[in-house]
Design a protein around this ligand. Sequence first.
Ligand code: GLC
Length: 593
Amino acid sequence: MKKHFLSLFIMLLLLFTHTACISKAPAGKNTLKSVAGKTPEELLASMTLAEKVGQMTQAERGDLYKGDITEYALGSVLSGGGSTPAQNTPEGWVTMFNGFTEESLKTRLGIPVVYGLDAVHGHNNALNATILPHNVGLGAIAAGNQERGAQAAYTAGRITAEEMRATGARWTFAPVLGVAEDVRWGRTYESYSENVGIVTLMGANVIKGLQDNGVAACMKHFLGEGQAKDGRNQGNALLDRAGIERIFPPYRAAIEAGALSLMPSFSSVNGVKMHESKDLLTDLLKNEMGFEGFIVSDWAALTQLSGGNYKAQIANAINAGVDMVMATNGRDSWVNFIEHLQELVNEGKVPITRIDDAVLRILRFKQRIGLFDAPLTKKAGAIGVDANRAAARTLVAESLVLLRNENNAIAKLPSYKRILVAGQGAHDIGMQCGGWTITWQGKHGFITKGTTVLEGIQNAAKGKASITYAESGKVEGTFDAVIAVIGEDPYAETEGDRSNQINIRTRDMNMLREVYDYNCPVIVIMLSGRPMTIGDEYKKWEAFIAAWLPGSEGGGIADVLFGSKDFTGRTPYTWRKTINGEVLFPFGYGLTK
Ligand code: GLC
């Protein structure tokens, strides 16, 4: 009897370790058994230098020939933004992941490869997945109510993880923990807020939502990306120790929440590129803060480092504390990385102890995310499921910020009989999703399944009012009110940097001039990754709502416009009339009705 009880207990224990939850780093020596039944420490002891360096190598899926993973014992493969399997379906993803994993299992030691991708607002590379509001919108929820913000962050992490796992993915390069302090920065919408407390709260809860549901997070980009001069992406931030400590809390909370990987920023601190800052990557992050996970470099970031040539740049990055290199400027970049790093070790320019530390961190990560015990995905699951879309729609509704509401305009909307909806953004899934959606930069149009702002309004007003849609705003007729949707074209990273103002697009200004002529209340909805510089234009608007980048479920906007819900979001960024100009709406501002 006792024997059976013991085997049942062991089975339950294994079951527990198999469950989706990613265990936080167990204190002390790792006792969980790894691939081939060894601990990471035992595995490391049996690895050759070539195998160790292979583990530290991450290649883009498009830079691989069949068999490369086995021949070079590669540790990781990634999808850059929009890099998807030929068949962009859950089955297509599973087939791709399993193909790479099976190649890694054929290596001498059979260490499974780990696959990383940017699922930053849902599994956003996957066609017809649930696309969540970008972080700026989640930050607006927290700016209104911190508890609701924490719940929203956890939900976002959970939905992202569920739909990633349905395709076999288990590691996302998210969340961004940068604190955006200049809205000209093209990655402002990837940050939750200018407020460190909100970024700290949201980052930790997204990480919990991801990791409780079987996906490993990668906190990024460490650090100071939001403090670069003039909001320039990959620029330079001037930070003394106090300045660093001011923006450190999101990382401390993320480590405490169990984050097991981290990506340095392309940007520099006091003129030193983060990817070669030993002070910050090793002395502060690993030694002082006790970060036990591993550091993966950003996209071909080593080519920006000092040293004058790739081999010297590799030495600088690895000696600074980078553990895995995203070598993604072509196939040669990862092949040469493997060759150069072995040379550097043999020449004594990179200590083997540094290599061993990096490999051990990577192996422990792989073990903790369950790769050693169950490297393959048995079958694909469902994405874009109704329950997740409904939850995302609620997040959209909660993220809306009512910035102006003259003459009780919003409350009157449901009583109107003839409503004109205008603007490209009213019926454009791509515009409401923004960057990092299906493609890296995102783009206009019906790029994936979802509900547009217009469709939400049409459904809400069905049987109560006639809804006319004119993208240009130009149409014959008289109306009780106009709902005009303006916003930004989709962009990601540096493409979103602005050296000057973030003005209303000409296309939208032309539409506004058309709708002003109907001499009825104009209610403006803005789809943007940040506060746009609207000057005094808003004074012509009866009401003004910031909807940020709501994702696929844009219909959630109508749930508040025509429903009885209050507006609960508050602006997570200071809103100025012009860049560095007069404050129009302060951080945390928003009306309830
Ligand atoms: C990009 C981004 C980073 C992303 C990585 C992989 O350049 O800076 O956030 O995770 O490359 O796509």
